[in-house]
Design a protein around this ligand. Structure first.
Ligand SMILES: Cc1cc2nc3c(=O)[nH]c(=O)nc-3n(C[C@H](O)[C@H](O)[C@H](O)COP(=O)(O)OP(=O)(O)OC[C@H]3O[C@@H](n4cnc5c(N)ncnc54)[C@H](O)[C@@H]3O)c2cc1C
Length: 471
C-alpha cells in the first residue's frame, strides 16, 4: 500500500497551496484530484490584498502581480462606491485581476517543484482513521495510507461528510444563472422594464452573464442549458438578445454554511470544504489560500512530531472563527444589497462607507486584512507583520523575505536579545516602536518586544509557536 505523510484531497487553490507548504517543510505529500486535467473554465478572477500579503511571505506574489491587472479597490457588494485600499493595513493596496486557473498553475508548479506528488484522475471514495493514521480508498481501487488526511475537496466535500463533520447554516434563498458566452450587451448591469437586471462582466474574449432565476429551481443540480439562460435573459430584458458560443454554464446561490469542526482526529478541512458563503466580495479563493497557509506549517510540525502542545488545534480555533466572520460579512453585504434605502442599519453602513476612515475599515474587514489571531497590547500582536525594509548583516532585505523558508523568525531590532542565539539581528526603519518580534511561519506576530522590556514573555511565546527546524 503506498504510504505518505499527508494525503491532500483536491487540487484547487486550498489543496495546492497546502501541498506546497507541506512539501516546503519537508513532509511527504500526495495530492489526489479527481479530474484528470484542470477544467477549461475559470470560476474566480481575483486575488485580494490579504491573499497577496500571504503569498508574498513565500515569494509568490511578485510574479502574479507582474502578470495581473491592479484595481485600487476591494470588491464588495451593496455598498456605495468602491472600498479604497489606499492606507489600508496591507503591503498590496490593490486587488489583482488574475484568473483562478493561473493561480492554481503557479501553485501546482511550486508544489511539484518542492516534491509533492500530484495524482490527477484519482477520486477519493472513502477512508477510515485509527490512532496512527488514515487509510483512504480511491475510485480506481488504489488504497493510500497517510498519517493525516486534508479535505480540500470543495463545497460538497466527501472528506467532510465521511468524517461526520456537520455543515450547519442556511440554504440558498435565491439562485443565479451564470453563462460564459458572447453577446452584444454592454458591460455592467442592463435593466429590463420591471427593474430586474442582467449583469455582464468582461472576460478575455468573452463575457460572463449573471441573471437571477425567478424562483429556486426544483433541483439545483439540473444542468443549466443555453436555452434556459437565453430564456431568462430575454424574460428579464423584455427583448431578445442573442447569447452565443457558451463556454461554461452554471448556477450559484447565496447558501452560507460553516463546518462545525475543522479537525476530526487526523482529518482536517480547508477552503470550500470548510465553508460556503454568498458570492459577495469575491473572497472564496482568497479564504481557501488563507486556510491552507494557516494549516500548512502546523500540520507539518504535527507530522514531524515537533508541534508544541495544542498547535494543530489552533488551526480550528483561528480559521473557524475567521470563517464565521466571512459568512457574517458576505451575508451582510447581500442583505445590504437587498435592503430598502430607508432601512436604518443600511443607511448607517452606507454612510460609514462614504467616510474615508469607515471606508478603509470596511475594506479591511471584507478582505480579511483585519485578521488578528491573538490581539494584545501592541497593534502588531496577532496580526500579519508589515513587510518593512530591513538590513541584515549589512544586506538590504525586507521582512517578508525572511519568511520565504517557512520557518519562524525571531527578529532582534535593537540588540535586546543577546541570550537568544536563533535571533536574526537586523535594523529597520527608525520609526518602528518595536525592539524585537517573533514571527510565526505564516508571518503573524506571536510576540513583540517593546523598547526597554528585554525578552519578557518571549520564552512562553517560543514554547507555543516556534516550531523547530527539520533535522
Ligand atoms: C461562479 C463563481 C465565481 C467565483 N468567483 C470568485 C472570485 O472572483 N474570487 C474568489 O476569490 N473566489 C471566487 N469563487 C469561489 C472560488 O472559486 C472557490 O471558493 C475556490 O475555488 C475554493 O477553493 P478550494 O480549493 O477550497 O476548492 P475547489 O476550487 O472547489 O477545489 C476542490 C477540488 O477538489 C476536487 N475534488 C472534489 N472531490 C474530490 C474527491 N472525492 N477526490 C478527489 N478530488 C476531489 C475537485 O475536483 C476540485 O478540483 C467563485 C465561485 C464561483 C462558483
Amino acid at each position: 500500500m503506498p504510504e505518505t505523510d499527508v494525503l491532500v484531497v483536491g487540487a484547487g487553490p486550498a489543496g495546492l497551496l497546502l501541498g506546497a507548504e507541506l512539501a516546503l517543510a519537508g513532509v511527504r505529500t500526495t495530492i489526489a484530484e479527481r479530474h484528470p486535467a484542470r477544467l477549461p473554465y475559470c470560476r474566480g478572477f481575483n486575488l485580494n490584498s490579504r491573499a497577496l500579503d500571504l503569498l508574498a511571505r513565500r515569494g509568490l506574489a511578485e510574479g502574479l502581480v507582474a502578470e495581473g491587472h491592479r484595481v485600487p479597490n476591494a470588491p464588495a457588494t451593496g455598498l456605495p462606491g468602491p472600498l479604497l485600499l489606499d492606507g489600508a493595513a496591507t503591503d498590496h493596496p490593490f486587488s489583482l485581476g488574475i484568473p483562478q486557473t493561473r493561480v492554481e498553475e503557479v501553485l501546482e508548479a511550486r508544489a511539484r517543484e518542492l516534491g509533492a506528488e500530484i495524482l490527477r484522475g484519482h477520486e477519493l471514495r472513502s477512508f477510515t482513521q485509527d490512532d496512527d493514521g488514515v487509510t483512504a480508498s480511491l475510485h480506481n481501487g488504489l488504497t493510500i495510507r497517510a498519517r493525516y488526511l486534508a479535505g480540500c475537496d470543495g463545497s460538497r466535500s466527501t472528506v467532510r461528510k465521511q468524517a461526520g463533520i456537520g455543515f450547519p447554516g442556511m440554504d440558498a434563498r435565491w439562485y443565479a444563472l451564470l453563462g460564459d458566452v458572447e453577446c452584444d450587451l454592454p458591460y455592467g448591469p442592463t435593466a429590463g422594464p420591471d427593474g430586474r437586471t442582467v449583469f455582464v462582466i468582461p472576460r478575455p474574449g468573452y463575457v460572463r452573464i449573471v441573471v437571477r432565476e425567478d424562483a429556486p429551481p426544483p433541483d439545483k443540480d439540473t444542468p443549466v442549458t443555453l436555452e434556459l439562460l437565453q430564456a431568462q435573459v430575454d424574460a428579464v430584458l423584455g427583448r431578445h438578445v442573442e447569447l452565443r458560443n457558451p463556454r461554461w454554464l452554471s448556477r450559484f446561490g447565496d447558501a452560507a454554511r460553516l463546518a462545525s469542526r475543522y479537525r476530526e482526529g487526523r482529518v482536517l478541512l480547508a477552503g470550500d470544504a470548510a465553508h460556503i458563503h454568498p458570492p459577495a466580495g469575491a473572497i472564496g479563493v482568497n479564504v481557501a489560500l488563507d486556510d491552507a497557509f494557516n494549516l500548512g506549517w502546523k500540520l507539518a510540525a504535527a507530522v514531524r512530531g515537533t508541534a508544541p502542545e495544542g498547535l494543530l488545534d489552533t488551526y480550528h480555533a483561528e480559521r473557524h472563527a475567521a470563517g464565521a466572520r466571512i459568512l457574517a460579512n458576505t451575508r451582510a453585504q447581500v442583505a445590504l444589497e437587498e435592503a430598502d434605502a430607508a432601512e436604518p442599519w443600511a443607511d448607517l453602513l452606507r454612510r460609514v462607507a462614504t467616510h474615508p476612515a469607515g471606508n478603509r475599515v470596511l475594506a479591511e474587514i471584507i478582505t480579511g486584512l483585519d485578521t488578528c489571531y491573538e490581539p494584545g497590547e501592541h497593534p502588531w500582536l496577532g496580526r500579519l507583520a508589515p513587510d518593512v525594509p530591513l538590513t541584515v548583516d549589512g544586506r538590504q532585505t525586507h521582512l517578508a523575505a525572511l519568511l520565504h523558508a517557512g520557518r519562524p523568525v525571531l527578529l532582534d531590532l535593537s540588540g535586546s536579545l543577546e541570550g537568544w542565539p536563533a535571533a536574526v539581528r537586523a535594523s529597520g526603519p527608525s520609526d518602528l516602536d518595536v525592539a524585537a518580534v517573533l514571527l510565526r511561519p505564516d508571518g503573524h506576530v506571536a510576540w513583540v518586544g517593546l523598547p526597554g522590556a528585554g525578552d519578557a514573555g518571549l520564552a512562553e511565546a517560543m514554547r507555543r509557536w516556534a516550531v523547530p527546524a527539520p533535522a
